[in-house]
Design a protein around this ligand. Structure first.
Ligand code: PRX
Length: 641
């Protein structure tokens, strides 16, 4: 950490306006009632709340209690009256270079049309809808149409497989699925409808499937269940009165990996979440009215929900939306889009930067990137080499890098440099300071605050408006996961350290969760899926440091049939994980072993597998049941060399 200080020309991104930040931050903690009452004016409310924060049922905090609003109204309708009718809400770019500009008025019409079609299908306020869509305009349209009529949507990332989709449909008890025939990725069509059909075999709640024609691949339409989108949404000028939703009605459920095999459905609120995402985007990036904002994430993840859809639309911005791979057809795709559409703010992940860095400077140098003024990252700690490349080569040493630390559950940014409140001098790899209302602490195992410079668990000592309300159908898991390790405090599951200047440095997960290319994947989820193939009796999965992905998935597997051909077995396991969970879950390496290290009570000691595999000291082995298992791991590694 020390050595990284002063290695970059920080003065160029230094703005002595830190005082504004300190003042606002102090107010947010000293007088949260007034602070949030004022901040909530970022939205238009049908009726105001009667209480800013109800904490009578801790840790089930409720914000803006009694307030009424509609998010689709806030994201679209109100802009029509504010001279943004013909402003582009989205500039959509397809992988094949196709482009579509959708104005606020165009978005408004699409949302109303779909909202009407949903009502015609009998969808009511409170019903659950699953969206399994590629990066197409209909994705934000579907999210906002659901919000308009008060239906709760759950978006399932289009890279997930049939098993993962089915699990989310079942957990959310969705009555409707909206999908597309297919999406594009690296020049190929991903057959989403086909995967959805497989998932629907494993579910029973879905009454109808709306299918968007996009990739034009052949699909099977099931009679009385499946409906073409274009056949139910005409382009007539329909108007659907937005439902007056309670601030604490759920807006959406988004599943994320945890420390068990079952993903958790984080439930986000209508009011608090919307105030939070719009405020945090403004504080951290401070976009101007005419800026072109590009959050280059997928809508299926929280980054896309909050910063491709809700925050930029609530603020009335113009966003770029791109469907496809960042290296297709060539590794200058991102730079080409920035030049062509004169993008001002780019927000992406360290893994994307490292991927593009590999191809060298010649790709960005082919393009005029001079419109860029701010850069951002999310998903994992950014290593100084990637920071430097991003800062110097992409930002031409002019653009501050807004490193945003947050999670699916937090709804929006928690720790980040805040351009809107005065940037601090940046330190590559540090997310710097908390946002207003965020009260972090770093604790040791005993729950005591660590000293400056010491590593510990990062927690938040008080609630904030964007926090999840609960885990879908599982209040107990909500309490256990987030509020039991350090009672009263929200536990993030990350390690962090605070330096002598008060900067926060995030140091990665402190639980059984991996961070693979900025995606949060549960080790146990993958182990369960490997065993569920029927080809293995047990498996241990862990994240192995990887220069591009951050972590790569490594699996040690005990086969059911000890005599099975290893190569065939490995490729079959890969194939089945891809179909069940999705391509991002496929282990980068699978090694076959006869046994795994376990405790005497039979628990697999993942930490021992990881340490031995990485040639580290495995720590305490006294609870190990059979010490030959350690040699097994060693010889599996040897065999592979
Ligand atoms: O470990 C942290 C890491 O990503 C986790 C959250 O993952 P997810 O819920 O999928 O959301 C990703 C997008 C917000 C965190 O617990 N993480 C995210 N951003 C950063 C980060 N780690 C360090 N620095 C960041 N900027």
């Amino acid at each position: 950490m020390e050595s990284e200080k002063g290695t970059l020309p920080m003065n160029e991104v230094y703005n002595p306006g830190m005082n504004v930040y300190s003042e606002i931050y102090r107010k947010s903690l000293e007088d949260p009632e007034n602070f949030w009452a004022k901040q909530a004016e970022i939205l238009t409310w049908y009726s105001k709340w009667n209480k800013i924060l109800d904490d009578s049922k801790k840790p089930f905090y409720r914000w803006f209690v009694g307030g009424k609003l509609n998010v689709s109204y806030n994201a679209v309708d109100r802009h029509l009256e504010q001279h943004r009718r013909n402003k582009a809400a989205y500039i959509w770019v397809g992988e094949n270079g196709e482009e579509k500009i959708v104005t606020y008025d165009g978005l408004y019409r699409r949302i109303n049309n779909l909202a009407k079609a949903l009502l015609n299908l009998g969808i009511k306020k409170g019903d659950r809808i699953v969206l399994y869509l590629p990066m197409i305009i209909e994705a934000p349209v579907a999210m906002l149409a659901a919000a308009r009529i008060g239906a709760v949507f759950s978006f399932v990332f289009a890279g997930f497989g049939a098993g993962a989709l089915a699990e989310r449909i079942n957990d959310s008890k969705a009555v409707l699925l909206i999908t597309a025939d297919g999406g594009f990725r690296n020049g190929k069509v991903v057959e989403l409808k086909k995967i959805a059909d497989e998932a629907l075999e494993m579910t029973s709640t879905v009454r109808n499937v709306i299918v968007i024609k996009h990739a034009r691949n052949d699909v099977n339409m099931v009679e009385d269940r499946d409906i073409w989108y274009h056949e139910i949404v005409g382009d007539s000028h329909t108007y659907v009165e937005p439902e007056h939703m309670d601030a604490n009605d759920p807006l959406f459920i988004l599943y994320t990996s945890g420390t068990t095999g079952k993903p958790k459905g984080a439930v986000h609120s209508t009011g608090g979440y919307s105030v939070w995402v719009a405020s945090t985007l403004k504080w951290a990036f401070n976009p101007d009215e005419d800026d072109r904002w590009w959050c280059a994430a997928d809508i299926g993840w929280i980054t896309g929900h909050s910063y491709i859809v809700f925050a930029p639309l609530i603020l009335g911005l113009t966003s770029i939306m791109y469907e496809g791979s960042i290296t297709y057809p060539e590794p200058d795709r991102l730079w080409e889009i920035i030049e062509k559409y004169r993008v001002n703010i780019l927000y992406t992940s360290p893994t994307a930067i490292r991927t593009l860095m590999k191809f060298g400077e010649k790709y960005p140098q082919r393009h005029d990137l001079s419109t860029l003024k701010v850069l951002g990252t999310v998903g994992e700690p950014i290593n100084p080499a990637a920071w430097k490349w991003y800062y110097e080569i992409i930002g031409n040493s002019r653009c501050p890098i807004i490193d945003t630390y947050w999670q699916t559950e937090t709804g929006g940014f928690m720790i980040a440099p805040q351009r809107g409140l005065g940037l601090p001098p940046l330190k590559p790899g540090s997310a710097t300071f908390p946002l207003p209302g965020v009260d972090p602490a770093i604790l040791d195992d005993a729950g005591k605050e660590v000293r400056t410079g010491e590593k510990g668990y990062i927690v938040f000592r008080r609630p904030w408006p964007g926090m999840l309300m609960t885990v879908n159908n599982d209040d107990e898991r909500y309490v256990k996961t987030y509020f039991s390790k350090f009672p009263g405090y929200y536990y993030c599951g990350d390690y962090a350290v605070k330096d002598e200047d008060g900067y926060y440095w995030l140091l990665g997960r402190s639980d059984e969760v991996m961070n693979v290319s900025g995606h949060r994947l549960g080790t146990i989820e993958i182990e369960d899926a490997i065993v569920a193939t029927g080809l293995a009796v047990e498996a241990a999965v862990f994240g192995k440091p990887d220069p591009v992905k951050g972590e790569a998935i490594s699996a040690f597997v005990v086969p059911k049939d000890a005599n099975a051909d290893r190569h065939e077995l490995i490729s079959e396991i890969r194939k089945r994980i891809r179909a069940d969970l999705g391509p991002i879950y496929v282990p980068d390496e699978i090694r076959i072993v006869k046994l795994l290290p376990k405790t005497r009570s039979g628990k697999i000691m993942r930490r021992v597998v990881k340490a031995v595999a990485l040639n580290q000291i495995p720590g305490d082995l006294t609870t190990l049941e059979d010490s030959t298992s350690v040699d097994e791991i060693k010889s599996a590694i040897e065999a592979f060399k």
